[in-house]
Ligand binder design. Structure first.
Ligand SMILES: NC(=O)c1ccc[n+]([C@@H]2O[C@H](COP(=O)([O-])OP(=O)(O)OC[C@H]3O[C@@H](n4cnc5c(N)ncnc54)[C@H](O)[C@@H]3O)[C@@H](O)[C@H]2O)c1
Length: 267
């Protein structure tokens, strides 16, 4: 078995119904893993799991609002029971609400804090509990948190979102340190995706233009590409392949890092 292969591994991907999460679940399955998609979107999540299963992989769906500690407990127990273990957790679910600081809405900011920070922190909690020695899965593993290039640059209109992704970055490092110190055998890393034209990515371009920061959504995209040495937007597969790498034995000594997958935009 090659070091990038995931045959026999069991993975849970939050926010896997669509966008980057769906691509990550597909790529993990293509590398050999069994996959559980966890999302608030039941119909779409089941549909995505069905598509992956149709390719011959083992795939399922579990309803999960990542902000709920109780739902996390159930989702992880369900995944361990259905897949026969848990080795990989991708904390990908996230939301972005575009707003200028002068117009900051406290409730909108709290929503982002809740999903992006609390949701990811709970994901780390339940992943570590399940994967550590004596846990329901108990065989160690890899946790991958999806931060953003927004944690490494100053892009207008996304101050609150950027703050939540910086928090994901820092909590990743502490999680890796605690896991190591306590002998859990779980690596914890995060990814900084660049702009990808998913539903969230396109909404960002439209809304930053709507705030008058760019002449049009196209101009917003052009500005991002102009800041990117690789000269293009990101693609779902760019992020998905990086997740497979971090999940695999090829990354066996990669721990506590933030990996930019942004074509150089955040350097
Ligand atoms: N698209 C980009 O340009 C980009 C760039 C950097 C980082 N990211 C990050 O990547 C991740 C995925 O982004 P995307 O572009 O695929 O977004 P998306 O909006 O297309 O998909 C997000 C998914 O998360 C799910 N979700 C939202 N809230 C949830 C909750 N409380 N519980 C469970 N699931 C929930 C949604 O239902 C959806 O399936 C996010 O964390 C995002 O911040 C995206």
């Amino acid at each position: 078995m090659g070091v990038f292969e995931l045959t026999g591994r069991k993975a849970l991907v939050t926010g896997g119904a669509r966008g980057l999460g769906a691509g990550m679940a597909e790529a993990l399955a293509a590398a050999g893993a069994s996959v559980m998609i966890a999302d608030v979107l039941k119909d779409l999540g089941e549909q995505t799991a069905g598509t992956i299963a149709a390719s011959g992989a083992t795939a399922g769906f579990v309803q999960l609002d990542v902000t709920s500690d109780a739902e996390w407990e159930q989702a992880v127990a369900h995944t361990v029971a259905e897949l026969g273990g848990l080795d990989i957790v991708v904390n990908n679910a996230g939301i972005e609400i575009t707003q200028l600081l002068v117009d900051l809405d406290a409730d909108d900011l709290r929503k982002m804090l809740d999903v992006n920070i609390v949701g990811t922190a709970l994901g780390v909690k339940h992943a570590l509990r399940a994967m550590r020695p004596g846990g329901a899965a108990g065989a160690g593993g890899s946790v991958i948190n999806i931060a953003s290039v927004a944690a490494t640059i100053a892009f207008p209109g996304i101050a609150g979102y950027s703050a939540t992704k910086s928090a994901v970055d820092r909590l990743t490092r502490v999680a890796a340190m605690e896991s190591g110190k306590l002998g859990y055998g779980v690596r914890v890393n995060c990814l900084y995706p660049g702009l990808v034209p998913t539903e969230m990515g396109m909404k960002l371009a439209v809304e930053t233009a709507g705030l008058g920061l760019f002449e049009s959504p196209e101009a917003a995209v052009t500005a991002v590409v102009g800041l990117t040495p690789s000269g293009r937007l990101g693609e779902v597969a760019d992020m998905a392949d990086a997740v497979v790498f971090l999940a695999s034995d090829a990354a066996r000594f990669v721990n506590g890092v933030g990996l930019p997958v942004d074509g150089g935009m955040g350097m």
